[in-house]
Design a protein around this ligand. Structure first.
Ligand code: C2E
Ligand code: MG
Ligand code: MG
Ligand code: MG
Length: 290
């Protein structure tokens, strides 16, 4: 349980309120999220992704909510609610703008270009304003579109909505990369790989996790990699935590690797430092663990 600073809707009563994380939905409605946006309580952390040769490929933007009591709330605790109450559209747009402005800032500082991974919730596909926003931001911030990778889960594709296909095609045509996130956890329908123009397939952490202890997980990963490569897709493995997992994935020519073995999600300033050291390091490699 946590103590969270609680402020009443009319701003007259201030005090503390006691709650369990699962009770959060009871006291949070869209007003709380609106206020959180206004007060700048959301923050993006960035988790690096590496290439096989150990160079930095990019980062994935991951949202956190910095509560007034100092606690950092993880997305699992509030994304389902903002998807439910419709605030995902506003917060999703904030995520798009904030991550792309951050990328622009790194480019302006002369740091090596990295790909910015942005998670898009299936709910965001109910409106198409965010597609316009991304394309607009790409132009106005002069960001090469291939430096943007949208991470989309299969839930989006389930209903075979022609509007979804239209939105994905527009993004694709603008040069933005599309990644199928958490592959293997939901429906893993192969027709999605055939019918949608994904560039990258992201193997879910649940498979990476079992590489050492479970022969079947290894076989599944091998098969996914073979399938993806034959379809011309690159593969990212998420949740790499151990040397053994890494060497298995390297042996399978998995293009991109991400996980606590290399780095946890970090604040923007930490990534800035990482990129700065990258420029000044003689071997041109980050992490040096591969
Ligand atoms: P995801 O997109 O699959 O993100 C990967 C999650 O796995 C992140 O958790 C990350 O911190 C965690 N992770 C990465 N490497 C490792 C590892 O080696 N070991 C372990 N145990 N965990 C690892 P996080 O940040 O809590 O995000 C959870 C989920 O919340 C994300 O899953 C994504 O679905 C959603 N999410 C996060 N940020 C956003 C966002 O900006 N927009 C939307 N729509 N969803 C987001
Ligand atoms: Mg993701
Ligand atoms: Mg994922
Ligand atoms: Mg995942």
């Amino acid at each position: 349980a946590d103590f969270a600073m609680y402020e009443s809707k009319n701003n007259k009563i201030k005090g503390f309120r006691f709650y369990e994380p699962h009770q959060f939905s009871n006291l949070s409605d869209s007003m709380d999220f609106e206020r959180a946006i206004k007060r700048n309580e959301f923050v993006l952390h960035y988790q690096p992704k590496f290439k096989l040769d150990s160079s930095l490929h990019g980062v994935e933007a991951l949202i956190r909510w910095q509560l007034p009591n100092g606690k950092l709330l993880m997305p699992d605790k509030f994304i389902p609610q903002v998807e439910e109450n419709g605030m995902i559209h506003e917060i999703g747009n904030w995520i798009i703008k904030t991550s792309l402005i951050q990328l622009r800032s790194w480019l302006d500082q002369g740091l090596p270009p990295v790909v910015m991974g942005i998670n898009i919730s299936p709910k965001q596909f109910q409106q198409n304003g965010w597609v316009d926003l991304i394309i607009e931001c790409t132009k106005s911030l002069e960001i090469p579109p291939e430096l943007i990778e949208l991470e989309i889960t299969e839930g989006v594709l389930m209903d075979h909505n022609p509007r979804t296909l239209e939105m994905l095609n527009r993004l694709k045509m603008s040069g933005i990369k599309l990644s199928l996130d958490d592959f293997g956890t939901q429906f893993s329908t192969f027709s999605y790989l055939r019918d949608y123009a994904f560039d990258i397939l992201k193997i879910d952490r649940s498979f990476t996790k079992d590489i050492e202890k479970d022969e079947k997980s290894r076989i599944i990963i091998e098969s996914i990699l073979t399938l993806a490569h034959r379809l011309g897709l690159a593969v990212t493995a998420e949740g790499v935590e151990t040397e053994a997992q890494l060497s298995f994935l390297k042996g399978m020519s998995c293009e991109y690797l991400q996980g606590f073995y290399f780095s946890k999600p970090e604040a923007a300033e930490t990534i800035t430092e990482m990129l700065t050291n990258y420029v000044s390091s003689s071997n041109g490699q980050i992490g040096g663990k591969l």
